[in-house]
Design a protein around this ligand. Structure first.
Ligand SMILES: [Zn+2]
Length: 60
């Protein structure tokens, strides 16, 4: 099994991801509705995560 974000080796602490970072990226994908966008570009995921970190409270 490998990390669904970066295809790296899964870390048992963060499975199915390899790290907290990749877990956060996956969460960011959900929060931004990025799953609706057919993109596998890692940079898009990075951008999505940055937006989440920049605006953590979307509901004010
Ligand atoms: Zn990863």
């Amino acid at each position: 099994m490998s990390c669904p974000i970066c295809d790296g080796e899964t870390n048992v602490d963060y499975r199915p991801f390899c790290s907290k970072r990749c877990a956060d990226i996956d969460l960011g994908k959900w929060l931004n509705g990025a799953y609706a966008v057919p993109s596998q570009d890692p940079e898009d995921l990075e951008n999505a995560l940055e937006q989440v970190e920049r605006n953590p409270q979307t509901k004010h």
